[in-house]
Design a binder for this molecule. Structure first.
Ligand SMILES: [Zn+2]
Length: 277
């Protein structure tokens, strides 16, 4: 799809490139991963069967379910991880990397995606806030003090729906205390924090943003909505790239920003090119 970037927005990005201080915050959601073929797992792709019962993602992705059925929850996550690791970053991810390279410390990325594709594309860990976690990482279920660690690369590879962790269960234990390791993601019955999910850092980034670029998220979760509201209140220019109108497009238009109806892949490469000096 061809999307025209309005002249005011081209000017704003050119100014961002010229400035020594102006800051860009990019905030991404499932839409940018969908372009790499990754489903949201909030719909039918996230259903999972345990015994004779079928569970919704909103039931599976909870600590309550992990406490009851740790092996089933791990099976679901290893299946999802297999889907994520079979996918590759797309031109939208590449453009976000280009933005970081152009702006350095004046850039920050807040992502709701747990697939790790932004890091794989080349964004830095330091400037990427994975506010819902990363499916490649594990942490101790009882927080014994061990920092999150990376899952072995082969775990989940080739998993198909219905597979179970089986003997791999021993590789999901915490090396610190021997208890359960758990997926390093934010579950529906848990809260954001700074240590694991960069809650405060994300809010600070919103306060300091001159331009907030929202891509492929419709505002279903709490922290992204806060980031948008703070940026709007502080007078940042908000640009929303989404196929459908949503709360962020309303914020963008309310503050004199732009709503570009389309996908990240349609628009981000051109915006990134405007940051080249
Ligand atoms: Zn532990």
């Amino acid at each position: 799809m061809s999307v025209t970037v309005p002249v005011e927005l081209r000017r704003a990005f050119a100014e961002l490139a010229q400035s020594a201080r102006a800051r860009l915050v990019v905030m991404t959601g499932a839409g940018i991963s969908a372009e790499s073929g990754i489903p949201t797992f909030r719909g039918k792709d996230g259903y999972w069967t345990i015994g004779s019962a079928e569970y919704h993602p909103q039931e599976m992705a909870t600590h309550a379910m992990f406490a009851r059925e740790p092996e089933a929850v791990w099976s679901w996550y290893l299946y999802r991880r297999g889907v994520c690791r079979a996918a590759e970053p797309n031109v939208g991810h590449d453009a976000v990397v280009e933005m970081e390279r152009a702006l350095g410390d004046r850039f920050c990325l807040i992502t709701q995606n747990v697939d790790g594709l932004h890091l794989i594309a080349g964004n830095s860990q330091a400037r990427t806030y994975e506010i819902h976690g990363n499916i490649d990482f594990v942490r101790c279920d009882v927080d014994c003090g061990r920092t999150p660690w990376r899952l072995d690369d082969d775990l989940g590879r080739g998993f198909v729906r219905g597979d179970s962790v089986g003997a791999d269960v021993a590789r999901l234990r915490c090396p610190g205390c021997g208890g359960w390791g758990r997926p390093h993601v934010l579950w529906f019955d848990e809260y954001y924090d700074e240590a694991h999910f960069r809650f405060d850092s994300s809010r600070r980034a919103a306060v300091a943003a001159d331009v907030l670029l929202v891509v492929g998220t419709s505002g279903a979760t709490n922290l992204p909505m806060q980031v948008g509201a703070i940026a709007l209140q502080k007078g940042a220019l908000i640009v929303d790239i989404n196929p459908e109108p949503n709360p962020f497009s309303q914020m963008a238009l309310a503050g004199g920003g732009s709503f570009l109806r389309g996908s990240g892949g349609d628009v981000l490469p051109e915006l990134a090119s405007l940051l080249r000096r």
